[in-house]
Design a protein around this ligand. Structure first.
Ligand SMILES: C[S@@+](CC[C@H](N)C(=O)[O-])C[C@H]1O[C@@H](n2cnc3c(N)ncnc32)[C@H](O)[C@@H]1O
Length: 227
């Protein structure tokens, strides 16, 4: 038997390929996180800290979450949710993978955030327009392109009037055809970023930053406000 270490990106793609072939586009997240729990995989996006574009936003905007609520979408192992909860927001962080949620709770035993399993594509009704701050990082792009419009709509629908939505996503050119993207991930076009701004949600700030590890990779940070 080979003892060669398996590249985590390759292992992740394998989980994803199998799920997608079985017409189960979100099943691979649980398989990946549960394998990681027992040391048989590495979650490639688990940075062990909050996303730098979220930390920067927090450092600049200095939001005071006291008396406010926040929802962290596709929260994974919870590093972003911890940063938000530490700002005083009453924070719910959810993920479709029960093992991700278990890992988040174990990693942050003294957390002020509430971690739970839920599906962005079919979220609890009581979340509808209930949150002062919604944070979405890399979840929509982890879903196949045909599912993205529903995911984008559901992200926005959880923001209450007067509330803020923050989206961080890998960027791709609008003229790159969907068929040329071999996801996951399926990075978001400018048109996809604009499509969060439906109903009375307005795009108020959009930046595109090069990735520190690879400047040819660009990431969106988009901020929206619900009137
Ligand atoms: C690429 S990871 C990003 C995780 C985290 N936001 C981060 O930036 O590190 C995508 C996350 O979304 C979760 N996810 C995928 N589809 C989901 C869905 N339909 N509802 C909730 N979470 C979902 C996955 O389990 C995974 O944790």
């Amino acid at each position: 038997m080979s003892t060669e270490p398996v590249d985590p990106e390759v292992a992740t793609r394998q989980f994803a390929r199998e799920s997608l072939a079985a017409d189960d586009p979100t099943g691979w997240f649980e398989r990946l996180y549960s394998a990681a729990e027992v040391g048989q995989a590495v979650v490639p996006w688990d940075r062990g800290s909050a996303h730098v574009l979220l930390s920067d936003w927090i450092a600049t905007a200095e939001p005071d979450g006291t008396g406010k609520s926040a929802l962290v979408v596709g929260a994974g192992t919870g590093w972003d949710a911890e940063l938000i909860a530490d700002r005083g927001y009453d924070t719910i962080a959810f993920d479709i993978s029960p093992s991700a949620i278990e890992t988040a709770k174990r990693t942050h035993p003294d957390s002020k955030a509430q971690y739970l399993t839920a599906d962005l594509l079919n979220p609890p009704a009581e979340w509808h327009r209930a949150f002062d701050l919604v944070v979405e990082i890399y979840t929509v792009q982890a879903l196949p392109i045909p599912l993205q419009p529903t995911a984008i709509r559901q992200v926005g629908e959880q923001v209450r009037p007067g509330g803020t939505l923050l989206v961080i996503a890998a960027a791709r050119d609008d003229d790159l055809p969907d068929a040329d993207i071999e996801g996951p991930p399926w990075p978001l076009t400018r048109a996809a970023i604009d499509s969060f701004a439906i109903a009375d949600l307005r795009l108020i700030q959009l930046d595109r930053f090069p990735s520190p590890s690879d400047p040819t990779v660009l990431r969106w940070r988009a901020e929206y406000l619900r009137d």
